[in-house]
Design a protein around this ligand. Structure first.
Ligand code: C2O
Ligand code: CU
Ligand code: CU
Length: 472
């Protein structure tokens, strides 16, 4: 099989190892930066407080030695600051669009009014200013923000319009967890990219990439290719965000050691969970704690077991711990919605319509900003039954709130432990069915500012696999 065919074939099944991905890829005119020297992991700027000035801007970055990549960023050349907010605070943003094109900024995972959500209806014209304000009303968690521009989300996120948003509360303050920023508490924003020979991003070189989602052969964390971290010999916490357009990762440590998962998308777990690997589809988050106290002097890597154990991050245990932490046995208490109280079951079928030249769709309809697909009633418990009617992986994300996964393929036993808890995004392998229980709270919204639900493989979202709902 020729290299080109091989890349196409592997794109069809995201779990297929991309063997040879470390080689230069000259015959397709692309370059792979994963062969370069290790570089210290970049730490995004950390912003705290209640007033945030965010500038969407053009930039450039040397991801590959000697080559300059044109990029987008937020107050930076590529990606944006980590924005840390507190439950109960009212926060205000000045989002200025200094790009030459329309953009938006959506607060993924944040429980906010429709008008502050940053979806396609809150477009910011080139040169424009958007000033959303909302009160943080949710538990401590690791969320993110990213472009949600109609039909352009995939390209704008690929170029760099994304960042992490963290919620803290009195509970997270009090827990004996690693929480010293950049000492034992780290954001890990994982992405994959493909580069042209001149260093520019190679976004959607083929129809196949649009169909299966854009996969890259160069991996980066916080915008750093080949990153390493020097770490103290104690527990360290990673706030992991899969900010890739389409790739599903199965993260593990090279020494096979277990780690503790302490949070899902929208909250701490009630109790820590011991795992040796965790699967994250695009937009999913997990917070994990890795105990390095017995590993002084050792080096290990965080790897992607879905992709031939590709190293993503080198961890050097070479610093001496200051304060020691111990993950508590009880982290929080979650409110479980009782499926028996659901007033209806709403189906969502992820599919393709219109044949080869058609589009992606949900329930037979491709996304239209002019059509409201569902109306939800405030405070009513519902079951959403999501079915992947295709032979490729999708996932499903909803704005406005979190849900809890209650069944996979007809049984509660198929719900993995690591996806129990508050979630806003759920993976659906080919032809899978998932049931979640969900309730809209606090905010109503009309057709001028509806919430979105969609597949978070951004090329699918941009090509129709999305819909809109109001809350009345
Ligand atoms: Cu990550 Cu509709 O969003
Ligand atoms: Cu979202
Ligand atoms: Cu999809």
């Amino acid at each position: 099989m020729k290299r080109r065919d091989f890349l196409f074939a592997s794109a069809a099944a995201v779990s297929l190892p991309l063997m040879g991905c470390k080689m230069g890829n000259h015959n397709t005119g692309t370059v792979n930066a994963n062969t370069g020297a290790l570089k210290p992991l970049r730490m995004p700027q950390l912003l705290t407080g209640t007033q945030f000035d965010l500038n969407l801007q053009n930039g450039s970055r040397e991801f590959i030695a000697g080559l300059s990549t044109p990029t987008f960023g937020i107050n930076a050349d590529f990606l944006g600051p980590v924005i840390k907010v507190r439950n109960g605070d009212t926060v205000n943003f000045n989002v200025r669009n200094n790009l030459a094109e329309t953009a938006t900024l959506h607060w993924h995972g944040m429980h906010v009014p429709g008008s502050a959500d940053g979806g396609p209806h809150q477009a910011i014209a080139s040169g424009g200013l958007w000033q959303p304000s909302f009160t943080v009303k949710q538990k401590a968690c690791t969320n993110w923000y990213h472009s949600h521009t109609h039909n352009k989300t995939g390209e704008q996120v690929y170029r760099g319009l994304a960042g992490m948003m963290i919620v803290e509360d009195t509970e997270s303050d009090a827990l004996d967890l690693p929480k010293t920023w950049a000492e034992d508490d780290f954001p890990l924003i994982i992405q994959d990219r493909k580069f042209n020979a001149n260093g520019s991003f190679n976004y959607l070189p083929s129809r196949r990439d649009a169909m299966h989602g854009m996969l890259g052969d160069t991996f980066m964390i916080n915008g750093t290719v080949n990153p390493y971290l020097d770490l103290p010999n104690k527990e360290v916490r990673f706030r992991i965000l899969n900010a890739s357009n389409a790739r599903v990762y199965r993260l593990k440590l090279s020494n096979g050691a277990s780690f503790k998962q302490i949070a899902t998308d929208n909250a701490f777990r009630e109790t820590p969970l011991n795992l040796t690997s965790i699967t994250l589809s695009p937009a999913e988050r997990a917070e994990i704690v890795v105990d390095l106290s017995q590993l002084q002097g050792q080096t290990l890597t965080l790897q992607d077991a879905n992709n031939g154990n590709t190293p993503l991050l080198t961890l050097n245990v070479n610093k001496t711990a200051g304060n020691i932490t111990a993950v508590p046995a009880q982290l929080t208490a979650l409110t479980s919605l009782d499926p028996a109280t659901a007033v209806r079951t709403r189906p969502f079928v992820l599919e393709r319509i219109g044949g080869m030249n058609g589009s992606f769709a949900i329930n037979g309809k491709a996304m239209s900003m002019a059509r409201i697909d569902h109306s939800m009633n405030l405070d009513e418990v519902e079951i959403w039954e999501i079915r992947n009617a295709m032979g490729m992986t999708h996932n499903f994300h909803t704005h406005a709130t979190h849900f809890q996964i209650i069944e996979r393929n007809g049984s509660a036993n198929n719900v993995a432990e690591y996806e129990k808890g508050y979630k806003d995004t759920v993976r659906l392998s080919p032809n899978e069915r998932v049931k979640v229980v969900i309730k809209m709270t606090d905010y109503t919204t009309d057709a001028s500012a509806p919430y979105m639900f969609h597949c978070h493989i951004l090329e699918h979202e941009d090509r129709g696999m999305m819909g809109q709902f109001t809350v009345v």
